[in-house]
Design a protein around this ligand. Structure first.
Ligand code: URP
Ligand code: ZN
Ligand code: ZN
Length: 459
C-alpha cells in the first residue's frame, strides 16, 4: 500500500490538493484528509506536485541500426526513465527489412519481458509490406499492438516504398491502427549526401544540410497524401521544424487525421550543436537533424496551443567512443540518435513550465495524457483517477540541479544536456504503487515492468 498525503495533484485538466491511496497497484482513493492505513508506505508531498506517470511515446532500446546497436538494455533504459519520471515506454520495434514481422515482434517483446522496471509497449515497425507481412501484422494486432511505425527515410534499411506505404495505410485503416511515421524524402537525402561527400564536406556539421527542412516537409506532404486517400489516422514522429509542422496543419484543415510529435531535443538544442569542433558535433547527429534556432519559438507556440500533441525523446543512445566515431571520415556513417530518455521531463519542466512557455496542464498533457489517449492506454495510464494504475510522480518544482552524464542511468558515454542547470525534479516516483526512484536515485527492487496490450480503436 502507498499513501501520498498533502500533495497538489496536477493532471492535464485539473489542479487540486488531496491525498492518494494506492492498493494492489492501482489508485483506490483520492480525497482530502484521508487516513493512512496501517502498514502503508507514506510519502509527505507538501509543497510538491503530483503528476500522473509520464509516457515517452517514442524510444529505441533494442535498435540494430547503421552497422551497430543502440547502447541501452531494458534494464538500463527503464531505470533511466523512472528516475526521470517516465513510467511507461513505447518502443519502436524496427526489424531489418528481411526479417519476418512476427519473429521481430517476439524478439522485441523478449527484450522487455522480465528485464524492465517500467511498463512498455511497441509501435510495430513495418519495414517490408507483402502478403506474408500482412498476415503477420494482423496477428500482431490481435496480440495487443494498436500502432504501426513506418519510415519514409533510411532507404534500403527500414524505409518503405510507395506501394508498401499505400498498403500499410490501407491495412491500418481496416484494423483501426494508428500509423506513426518518420517523414523525410529518402531519395533527396541520398542525393544530397552523395553531393556533399563528393565535395569533401564530410564532418557532422554537414548532416543538417544533407536533409534540410524542405526534405522533411516533403516527407510530411507525401504521407499526408496517402493518409488522405485511405482516411488513416497518422502520427508524425520527431517533427523538427516550422515547414514540416505547417504542412501537417494544412492537411489537418483538409480533414486528414494527423497528430504531431516533437522532441525535447528540437525545443532546446539546435544545429550549432552539430557544428561543434573536434567531432563533438557527432553527439548531436540525429534525423531529422537539429535545426536552425529560429524554429524553436514556432515549436513552443504550437506545443502550447495543442497543435503539436506530444513531446517525446526518440531516445537512441550511441556512445561517442567507438560508435559515433564510426563516422569520423564521413558524416553519413555516424549512427543517428541523441539520448534523452532520462532528462525529457526535467528539461521540459524547466525550459517550458518554469519559463512560462507552457501551461502546467499542457505540460502533463503533452508528456503523458495525450500519448495515453492516442495509443490506447488511457485511462489506465496518463491519468490520476480511481482505477488508474498507480503511476505517480511527486515533483519538487523548485529543486535546482545540474544535468551530467556522471550521474545518469542511461548506458551511454555522454549527455546532450551536459552542464545544463535545471529547476525541478521528481522526489519520488511510483510505478504501479511501488516507489522506484527517489531524488534522482533508482531504488526499485524487482523488474515488474509489463508488456501493455492495447486494443485497436476502429476510429
Ligand atoms: O536519429 C534518429 N532519429 N535515430 C533513431 C531512428 C529514428 O529515425 O527514429
Ligand atoms: Zn525516425
Ligand atoms: Zn525513432
Amino acid at each position: 500500500m502507498l499513501f501520498i498525503r498533502n500533495g497538489q495533484i496536477v493532471t492535464a485538466s485539473d489542479s487540486y490538493r488531496a491525498d492518494i491511496l494506492c492498493e494492489n497497484e492501482t489508485i483506490t482513493r483520492i480525497g482530502v484528509g484521508l487516513e493512512a492505513p496501517p502498514g502503508a508506505t507514506v510519502i509527505d508531498a507538501a509543497g510538491k506536485y503530483i503528476f500522473p506517470g509520464f509516457i515517452d511515446p517514442h524510444v529505441h532500446i533494442y535498435l540494430p541500426f547503421m552497422g551497430t546497436f543502440s547502447k541501452d538494455t531494458y534494464e538500463t533504459a527503464s531505470k533511466a526513465a523512472l528516475v526521470g519520471g517516465t513510467t511507461t515506454l513505447i518502443e519502436m520495434a524496427c526489424p531489418p527489412r528481411a526479417d519476418e514481422p512476427w519473429a521481430a515482434f517476439e524478439l522485441w517483446k523478449s527484450k522487455g519481458e522480465g528485464n524492465s522496471f517500467c511498463d512498455f509497449t511497441f509501435h510495430m515497425g513495418v519495414t517490408r509490406f507483402d502478403e506474408r507481412a500482412e498476415s503477420q501484422l494482423r496477428q500482431i494486432v490481435k496480440a495487443g499492438i494498436s500502432s504501426f511505425k513506418i519510415f519514409l527515410a533510411y532507404k534500403g534499411a527500414f524505409g518503405v516504398d510507395d506501394y508498401e506505404l499505400y498498403h500499410t495505410l490501407r491495412l491500418a485503416k481496416e484494423l483501426g491502427v494508428i500509423v506513426t511515421a518518420h517523414c523525410e524524402n529518402a531519395d533527396l537525402v541520398l542525393q544530397r549526401q552523395k553531393m556533399l561527400i563528393a565535395a569533401g564536406k564530410t564532418g557532422p556539421q554537414w548532416h543538417e544540410p544533407s536533409r534540410p527542412e524542405a526534405v522533411e516537409a516533403e516527407g510530411v506532404h507525401h504521407l499526408m497524401t496517402f493518409a488522405f486517400l485511405h482516411d488513416t489516422h497518422c502520427y508524425i514522429v520527431h517533427t523538427s521544424c516550422e515547414p514540416a509542422v505547417r504542412i501537417a496543419l494544412a492537411a489537418r484543415t483538409r480533414g486528414v487525421k494527423v497528430w504531431i510529435e516533437t522532441l525535447i531535443q528540437y525545443l532546446t538544442l539546435d544545429k550549432t550543436h552539430a557544428e561543434l569542433p573536434d567531432f563533438e558535433g557527432s553527439k548531436f547527429v540525429m534525423s531529422p537533424p537539429l535545426r536552425d534556432k529560429r524554429n524553436q519559438p514556432f515549436l513552443w507556440d504550437n506545443l502550447a496551443n495543442g497543435q503539436i500533441s506530444t513531446v517525446a525523446t526518440d531516445h537512441a543512445p550511441f556512445d561517442f567512443k567507438g560508435q559515433k566515431e564510426m563516422g569520423r571520415e564521413d558524416f553519413t556513417k555516424i549512427p543517428n540518435g541523441i539520448p534523452s530518455l532520462e532528462d525529457r521531463i526535467n528539461v521540459l519542466f524547466s525550459t517550458g513550465v518554469k519559463t512560462g512557455r507552457l501551461d502546467i496542464h499542457r505540460f502533463v498533457d503533452c508528456a503523458s495524457t495525450q500519448a495515453a489517449k492516442l495509443f490506447g492506454l488511457y485511462p489506465r495510464k496518463g491519468a490520476i483517477a480511481v482505477g488508474s494504475d498507480a503511476d505517480l510522480v511527486v515533483y519538487d518544482p523548485n529543486q535546482k540541479w545540474t544535468i551530467s552524464a556522471k550521474n545518469q542511468q542511461m548506458a551511454v558515454d555522454y549527455n546532450p544536456f551536459e552542464g545544463m542547470n535545471v529547476t525541478g525534479r521528481p522526489t519520488a516516483v511510483a510505478m504501479r504503487g511501488e516507489i522506484v526512484a527517489r531524488d534522482g536515485k533508482f531504488v526499485g527492487q524487482k523488474k515488474r515492468g509489463q508488456f501493455l496490450k492495447r486494443e485497436p480503436s476502429h476510429f
